[in-house]
Design a protein around this ligand. Sequence first.
Ligand code: FAD
Length: 537
Amino acid sequence: MADLTTDVLVIGGGATGAGVAWDCALRGFDVILVDRGDLAEGTSGRFHGLLHSGGRYVVKDMPAAVECVEENAILRRVAADAIEDTGGLFVTTPGDDPAFGDRFLAGAREAKMPVEEWSTARALERERRLNPGITRAFYVEDASIDVWKTVWSLARGAREHGATILPYHPVTGILRSNGTVQGATVLDRASGEERTIEARVTINASGAWAAQIAHMAAIEGVGVVPGKGIMIAMNHRLVNTVINRLVMPADGDIIVPIRTVSVIGTTDERQEDPDDLPVTQAEVDQMLDDGETLVPGFRQARALRVWAGVRPLFQDEKADSTDSRDVSRSHALLDHRERDGVDGFLTITGGKLTTFRLMAQHTVDKMCEQLGEDRPCKTATTELPASEDHRFYALGDRLAKREVNLADEQAICECELVTRSTLEEVMRRRDSTNLDDIRRQLRLGMGPCQGGFCIYRATGILHGVEELDGEQAMGSLNDFLEERWKGVWPILYGDQLRQARLDDWIFQGLLDVEHVPAETAGLPTPVDAELEPATLA
Ligand SMILES: Cc1cc2nc3c(=O)[nH]c(=O)nc-3n(C[C@H](O)[C@H](O)[C@H](O)COP(=O)(O)OP(=O)(O)OC[C@H]3O[C@@H](n4cnc5c(N)ncnc54)[C@H](O)[C@@H]3O)c2cc1C
């Protein structure tokens, strides 16, 4: 007997899976979404932060460019709260071919992408740190998009329409009988129990892991090429506009200002295992050198953190290519009825974060077609929770809120302006002892000190809110520090090295965290974690 039954089971809680759940819920389907970890803990939470205008693809990948142009406009309408309207510049740096700009303009026209050629003086006036040797500049509608706000709003919206959202529920098997997929077994990581979820349709939205899930359904040959990319967050906004180098897509050619930092990225390298993403010194050096080309002095700026993500690039297994950047950035919807003779199962992979809504629409349209039900898509015209007023996020929003309560609210994280009441509220909602879950919701510990000053305070508060004992609280602290350290050690130089030394004195010297008894942190409550992101500025 199934523990749970539903119309649609969605596997994967990244932007695509959350988008599918939102789309299904708006069309009146009963939905359950599961993820093996927290929402947006896969590629979506490790991306570059760019809502593409389409400019990156207008010369090389026209279908991808057109999708970006259209989806950029739609997301600006329905997900404004997650978007900062930074605008974008494509610039020709010294040594780049200025004639590429003509191909760019021709592509932009074909893709119907809004673009304006600016004088270099105008571009330099807007972005004073830009390389003064640029020879051409084009203004486009790039923006930065906060993925955690996006995914949590999708999940919250879906839930308000009846969906069940189950983070920390990895799929352990696919239920398949007589050529039909009938759901999946999942492990409830909080309780350790296995649960069965029966569904009319199962949607595999597990991104770079899609081949692994298909394999569980005894479907082989799903060609997902994991393409690893690294990114480095610098400690403040070196630019306030997205800066793209006007060349064929290459490494380290985009700087995205997002929240209080700016992020340079990225690389693209085939990887065997989507869970094994080492960052090398050579990659870090290359990224910093590339930053220098766009913004002279980049190398002297303080690097906060480096991380890697893995692109789910779909490629026909027969194609012979070694560079994962050659694979189209358009998405792939696999109809397993047509492809493999298996009913009740669809795979959606590839694409970009910018196109997650379209990917979800195509998937749910196909599902409706297979079920013989006519239920039109509503996601292009329905605002996500917190975006109803169509107001874009603005950099000063948190500061403005903070200034109102400066005298009567304790600041816990000074870098990201997180107050005690906000932190306590989110801790209660998440009911998680994992401080990394709280970090993803509030950006706690993501500023220059990387948790050095806020995380021991947050641990004390967590201890009270969750009624932990000392060992559990120390376990939460240790887990957080270990996770943060992974992203800090490859970029230890200059001021960040000094900061890391100070953090080390606090945690090893004063608190002796390595030797205090600790128990590994637990997980959120099993059923439907609270999804309200209202306090996220
Ligand atoms: C370095 C880099 C930079 C990028 N930058 C940009 C950018 O600036 N703009 C842009 O538009 N796009 C960008 N992309 C692309 C974009 O990030 C991805 O296309 C998008 O996030 C994929 O979302 P997804 O939901 O399909 O996959 P994911 O976010 O990876 O979601 C898949 C989910 O499946 C879950 N899962 C896996 N196995 C299981 C299992 N057994 N059981 C349950 N759940 C499971 C995972 O935990 C994961 O959460 C970038 C990608 C990379 C790698």
